[in-house]
Write a protein that binds this ligand. Structure first.
Ligand code: IMP
Length: 217
């Protein structure tokens, strides 16, 4: 279906249903996505509660990984499924840790260690090249909605900012304590979670879904 949205024509498929699966086993992400869907009167259930296992993230991009997670859930459960893949991309490190953001923290999800790895990698680069590097970085989020017939629509959002060292603040998760969004001095680890959620990479991607796949309902 083609629809006219904010002056642009969306050529993809619109979601017209009332129910979908959130293809994530991360309870924080599931809660955030369920909250975002609530105003649309869409009932969302998590793939975990329906007994679906998560596929291995074998793609080489955020979009590729969110698509494979959404497709596996939609085809496996016979319901439209929404999945996300996200991470921190540091300009000086050529976009690392990127899709490996969770893996840099190891199996024990040690984010103080992962943040130290990011900082050490920039310092090593500066030592090797003799050039002071930018601390510019971005959080990226791909969101994919897949249907049981294997059709998938994907959008990507981001929030740009700067890395700080040492880490600051105890709210949020992952790399939040070393990331201050552009124009702000507070890190996401120090900020009010509601403010973070209004400007985050996930909110940016979700806004794009609202003007495309979910359209005006
Ligand atoms: P995924 O489950 O493969 O998408 O892994 C995403 C990883 O990226 C998380 O484990 C975090 O390390 C990092 N990440 C994604 N979004 C955020 C965020 O909003 N704040 C901090 N870290 C994030």
């Amino acid at each position: 279906m083609t629809s006219q949205l904010q002056g642009q024509t969306f050529q993809g498929r619109r979601f017209e249903g009332q129910r979908l699966v959130v293809a994530s086993h991360n309870s924080g992400k599931v809660r955030e996505i369920i909250d975002l869907l609530m105003p649309l009167a869409i009932e969302a259930v998590s793939a975990g509660t329906l007994g679906l296992l998560e596929p291995e993230e074998t793609a080489d991009s955020f979009a590729g990984n969110s698509e494979l997670k959404a497709r596996a859930a939609a085809v496996g459960l016979g319901l439209p499924a929404l999945a996300d893949d996200s991470g921190l991309a540091v300009d000086a490190l050529g976009g690392d840790p990127g899709i490996y953001s969770a893996r840099w923290a190891g199996p024990s999800k040690d984010f103080p260690m992962a943040m130290t790895k990011v900082n050490d990698a920039i310092l090593e680069l500066e030592k090797r090249t003799g050039v002071i590097q930018t601390r510019k970085a971005r959080f990226i989020c791909a969101l994919s909605l897949a249907w049981p017939d294997d059709h998938v629509e994907t959008v990507q959002g981001e929030v740009v900012g700067n890395l700080v060292w040492p880490p600051r603040g105890g709210t949020g998760f992952g790399y939040d304590p070393i990331f201050a969004p552009e124009g702000h001095t507070l890190t996401f680890g120090e900020a009010d979670p509601a403010w973070k959620h209004s400007i985050s990479h996930r909110a940016d991607a979700f806004k794009k879904l609202l003007t495309t796949v979910f359209g005006p309902r």
